[in-house]
Write a protein that binds this ligand. Sequence first.
Ligand code: HEM
Length: 460
Amino acid sequence: MPSRKPLPPVPGPRGVALWHSLRQMRRNALTEYLRLREQFGDVVRLATLPHPVYLLSHPDAVHYVLRENACNYRKGLLFQPIAALQGEGLLTSEGDLWGRQRRLVQPAFHRRQLDTFAAVIVDEARAVVQEWQQPMQTGTPINVAERMHRLTFNVVGRVLLGADPGALDAYWGTLRVIALPLLQYINARATRPWAPPLWVPTPRNWRFRRAVAVYDALVQQIIAARRQAMQRAGGQATDVLALLLAACNGTSGAGMSERQLRDEVITFIGAGAETSAHALSWTWYLLAHHPAIMRRVHVELDTVLGGRPPTPQDLPNLPYSRMVLAEALRLYPPSVVLPRQANAPDEISGYAIPKDAVVMISQYVTHRHPEFWPEPEQFQPERFTPAQAAPRHRCAYIPFGEGPRRCIGEPFALLEMHLALATIAQAYRLQVVPEHPVAPEVAVTLRPRDGLWMTVHARQ
Ligand code: HEM
């Protein structure tokens, strides 16, 4: 609520310090965000062009922007690079279009529907267990980050897009080839707003356009295969792609275009696979560095499951492994920033925010806010016991965002990660290979920069 009295100037670096800060951000944005909060406080202004940027770290401000006054904030400028790939999919669209699409796919994420995904998730996790037998025997390191991505991609392909498991190898092969040029373009545009726009024929833009063309062809293939399978099977399929296709064919009355369908499929592949894969990878990484916590996970799994595959009904009886996942998502949130742009002037935490200003909420920073997280860099799953979690500010922990744009896939991701962790951790212990240092890198999501190379060990 804007106040009438004059508001104080917002603290932040100026002159050479600003230039230095922006340079640091391109090198290591997360460390620089943390430093700025420490030096200037919970609201920091960066006098950038074309609009100033405000870094907001306090959970009260998070609540205000994402929930209480969410209608004043659009996704805006910083989502444009992602929109160059995803068009007007659920993540990037706004207003009525977003509301309609969200209502349309919501039934695919209902609790009862989610439980039907469990068998596929466990099946894919057991394939990993099977595949790691050999590297365990030979001691050959494996790139766990890549294997987790393959796992979550297969799950999204099978349960959200209704893809035939036999086709997934080919789909994955195509995606692997185009991943780099897509990422390079989106990153360049996100970190350097002055980078040449897409219509300028630079080599990077050209590679991006070619990759998008290949992606479009792949999506057409996935859609055509699903259409054929639905025609053959008849009946009421309820996966995301089936719901979208029904809207496209006009059977649900929503009248969706083929272009919108393409945007949604690309959005679900992008948002649904990479995020959960990174979260699982960081969990393995943290467990490898905390053997006592790993042992507690093993004891819990042995006591509750006794060697059998987990089911969704087991998960409430595995609270410790659930807390481990929650704490990994706190320290390494796959989505590290939630940028928004102000539709109208506003007042946040006693400071004036002009129209069109960019406000940046960083999960990475808020999850380390010392007022809410003592010893913030320590991996302590006990932070998520009901006794510790209940009194905490609800917006101090936002790995899935908050408010109307909160992640639609949250329950699905939590189910998937819990079942995958329970299945794989029952069989193995993983150790980081010391010759392959692990460094976090922001490349749309927070990933281990050079992969996560680990050796596989039998439980004993
Ligand atoms: C650990 C895993 C995941 C994390 C950390 C995560 C994080 C997020 C966050 C922070 C947002 C909000 C973005 C914003 O407000 O600007 C979001 C939105 C979204 N996520 Fe997730 N996500 C995960 C898994 C998934 C999965 C598995 C799916 C698909 C099944 C998914 C699909 C989406 C979609 C479609 C949106 C846009 C929702 C909307 O605006 O209505 N996410 N996610």
